[in-house]
Design a binder for this molecule. Structure first.
Ligand SMILES: [Zn+2]
Length: 205
């Protein structure tokens, strides 16, 4: 769906947060006239100029060099978990299994951090599986073993010098806010806009 000129007259009535959200997430759903009006509104309110630049950038398809620039910038940023800057960041997908009486559930989630933080989280996830996963027969032990194997494989991929598929997906999904953080020169300790990517499914014995 594309938003056309009909929304232009409403722009002055929107809250600053809505204007910011439109600039960072609107992308190709905004027509060129709306982008121009949005830029005027951003300037009128004295909001950061970088918002207008992001709205402009997202209105065109992001090309490979632009994507790579954002990707490299995020990888070289400070770790959001420990603040360290020595090693490139990566994203790992981990699993935790929990059995309660006859019910076993698996939770999958993502962690963005430096290799040391990723390894620590992977260890914690596996420990949690070993303590809480086994108890429901038969699914507890089966899902626990599967989760431990999956965490091990994920850790191996995240320790590789290349970004994982989850890292690439994270950058693509958050491209607007990430370009904004990059353009506004926020380096180090910035809060990452990680979608709360968490899936849960359960099995009853
Ligand atoms: Zn770290």
């Amino acid at each position: 769906m594309t938003y056309g000129p009909e929304i232009i007259e409403h722009l002055p009535k929107l809250r600053d947060e809505d204007i910011q959200a439109m600039a960072l997430h609107g992308g190709s759903s905004l027509s060129p006239e709306v982008i121009e009006a949005l830029k005027v509104e951003i300037a009128r309110r004295g909001l950061p100029r970088s918002l207008a630049e992001v709205a402009d950038a997202l209105n065109r398809p992001i090309n490979a060099p632009q994507l790579k620039e954002v990707l490299d910038w995020v990888r070289k940023s400070n770790c959001p978990l420990c603040g360290g800057k020595e090693d490139p960041l990566n994203v790992i997908s981990l699993k935790k299994v929990k059995s309660i009486i006859a019910y076993t559930s698996t939770k999958a989630y993502m962690v963005l951090g430096c290799p040391a933080c990723i390894a620590l989280h992977a260890e914690k996830a596996t420990e949690s599986c070993l303590v809480f996963g086994w108890w429901a027969i038969p699914f507890g032990p089966i899902l626990t073993l599967m989760a431990i194997a999956s965490n091990f494989k994920a850790l191996k991929a995240a320790m590789n010098s290349e970004p994982t598929q989850y890292f690439l997906a994270y950058v693509e999904q958050n491209i607007g806010p990430l370009i904004h953080a990059m353009k506004s020169g926020k380096v180090g300790g910035q809060k990452f806009i990680l979608d709360p990517w968490e899936k849960k499914r359960g099995l009853v014995s």
